[in-house]
Design a protein around this ligand. Structure first.
Ligand code: GDP
Ligand code: MG
Length: 255
């Protein structure tokens, strides 16, 4: 039996986007169908939904610090993802339904452009990370995205473009880089965020937003599948039995 989500991971309202100019959507409430499905079938949701989220970007842009700041609640410059452990599982509760993000941090693979496609495959969200204090990492963001998208269905993946190390940026530099990042986000249809793992600025808000939007997309996709099945079917917002068994076998290295 998995422990319940911590209090700060209980989501009852859709968290705000970072910048309305580069947001996946700017509505301030969850989709009404998602709210209704959660309300009506909450008792059915005895297990949890899970979404695979991959984190990509140049070496040293701050991917591991970004993930570990959220998972461990601290800026740990020496923290290294354990070799052989492929993801961290973070639990949430969204609209009363247990939901988890499987956060896949690249553990050194970013040095080799030919990353195993299994790493990318089946992602519900892709977080492309760049360093706000190093403009070249933003230039490379597009290539990272293209590599990751090759293994996924572009119509069903949510994209986030995240600038890290905000604490290192002067307001003038930040304004310049942000302008470029927002332009790229609009073009690739990503949601833009600027954060700092060092100060913690924006980290929790960002991951709550990722959890909320992937959850919303998952439930909407289940509802869509449900409506194309026979009319009397009950819409299930839980994961399949096989998913549950598989996840139970693959005990996460959750922090
Ligand atoms: P990765 O290779 O993309 O996983 O990058 P890391 O997370 O290992 O971080 C690379 C370096 O950037 C480390 O020295 C971190 O201490 C530093 N770093 C990461 N995030 C931040 C941040 O938000 N602010 C500052 N000042 N340094 C950071
Ligand atoms: Mg790393």
């Amino acid at each position: 039996m998995l422990p319940p989500a911590k209090n700060d991971r209980i989501i009852t309202h859709l968290p705000k986007c970072f910048s309305p100019r580069a947001a996946l959507h700017t509505k301030d409430v969850f989709h009404p169908d998602v709210k209704a499905a959660c309300r009506d079938h909450r008792e059915d949701a005895v297990s949890f939904n899970v979404a695979k989220v991959i984190v990509v970007g140049d070496v040293s842009v701050g991917k591991t610090c970004l993930v570990s700041r959220f998972c461990r609640g601290a800026f740990d410059r020496n923290y290294k993802a354990t070799i052989g452990v492929d993801f961290q599982m973070e639990r949430f509760e969204v609209l009363g339904v247990p939901f988890s993000l499987q956060l896949w941090d690249t553990a050194g693979q970013e040095r080799f452009k030919c990353i195993a496609s299994t790493y990318y495959r089946g992602a519900q969200a892709i977080i492309v990370v760049f360093d706000l204090s190093r403009a070249s990492s933003l230039v490379h963001a597009r290539q990272w995205l293209e590599d990751a998208m090759r293994e996924n269905d572009p119509s069903s993946v949510l994209l986030f473009l995240v600038g890290t190390k905000k604490d290192l940026s002067s307001p003038e530099l930040l304004a310049d880089v942000e302008q470029e990042a927002i332009r790229l986000s609009e073009e690739i249809r990503a949601e833009y965020w600027a954060v700092s793992a060092k100060s913690g600025d924006g980290i929790t808000d960002f991951f709550l937003r990722v959890a909320s939007l992937t959850f919303e997309a998952n439930v909407l996709s289940e509802l869509e599948k449900g409506s194309s099945r026979s009319a009397g079917d009950i819409i299930k917002i839980t994961s399949s039995k096989e998913d549950k068994r598989r996840l139970a076998r693959r005990k996460s290295n959750c922090c």
